[in-house]
Design a protein around this ligand. Structure first.
Ligand code: SF4
Length: 237
């Protein structure tokens, strides 16, 4: 089993429902404008925006970016305390209570997908009532990042074991995939050739972010359908 995700950029409309769902599911604090200006944002997921073309013939493009769950993750070998390591089902795990906050992993990550917790953030009432009991509230001095909602994966695995069966395609979805109104995000086992994510990952539109670095991400993007045509137009002009 090797968990992975496809994100169809042709379907993404930049609504950021995935970002909000990720924050709610994983108890990610909102740090505010001042800390954001200091580069202390804590989001585990962001939607990058690009403009294509020149006004008035201009198009906005969106790309949700999260931990790419690399098979050859540059963050793993640099951690002096093995707080980040690879699980047998292909997840790039982050052990919060083992992290000593050196931030070597964040420096090694080419996707800026890791967030360092600078403070013990507080949730003002009534937001403190919405914290997810399945996920720990992290204290200051540790590194955090997307885990593909590992609590949901483990929950589905335990449920399947209890029922003496296995986790089937579609049984588990991270919060981002579940909340995406245009179903741009598909999650599944990349080792299963019949899973939806696996089949989408072999599309002619599939590509990986900064693929040349050799990190072998398990997040696979699908180019917008008209991307090739517009790029050709640009290079011809
Ligand atoms: S929820 Fe879906 S459509 Fe909205 S930004 Fe995220 S991936 Fe794109």
């Amino acid at each position: 089993m090797r968990w992975g995700m496809t994100i169809d950029l042709d379907r993404c409309n930049g609504c950021e429902a995935c970002v909000v769902a990720c924050r709610a599911e994983n108890n990610v604090p909102t740090v505010g404008e001042e800390d954001c200006e200091k580069g202390r944002m804590m989001s585990w997921m962001r939607v990058e925006r690009y403009w294509e073309g020149e006004f008035p013939d201009v198009k906005a493009r969106f790309m949700p970016v999260l931990c790419q769950q690399c098979d050859e993750a540059p963050c793993e070998p640099v951690c002096p305390v093995y707080a980040t390591y690879h699980s047998s089902d292909g997840l790039n795990i982050q052990v919060h209570n083992r992290c000593i906050g050196t931030r070597f992993c964040a420096n090694a990550c080419p996707y800026t997908a890791r967030a360092f917790n600078w403070f013990d953030y507080k949730w003002d009432a009534p937001l403190d009532q919405q914290l997810n009991p399945e996920v720990s509230v992290r204290s200051r001095g540790m590194m955090e990042k997307c885990t593909f909602c590992v609590q949901r994966i483990r929950g589905a695995q335990i449920k399947a074991e209890d029922g003496k069966t296995t986790v089937k395609d579609g049984d588990v979805q991270p919060a981002c995939a579940q909340s995406c109104p245009s179903e741009a995000i598909v999650f599944g086992d990349l080792d299963d050739p019949t899973s939806r994510a696996s089949r989408m990952s072999t599309s002619g539109r599939a590509f990986r972010l900064l693929e040349d670095l050799g990190t072998k991400p398990k997040v696979i993007y699908l180019k917008p359908v008209d991307w090739n045509t517009s790029q050709e137009k640009e290079s011809a002009s």
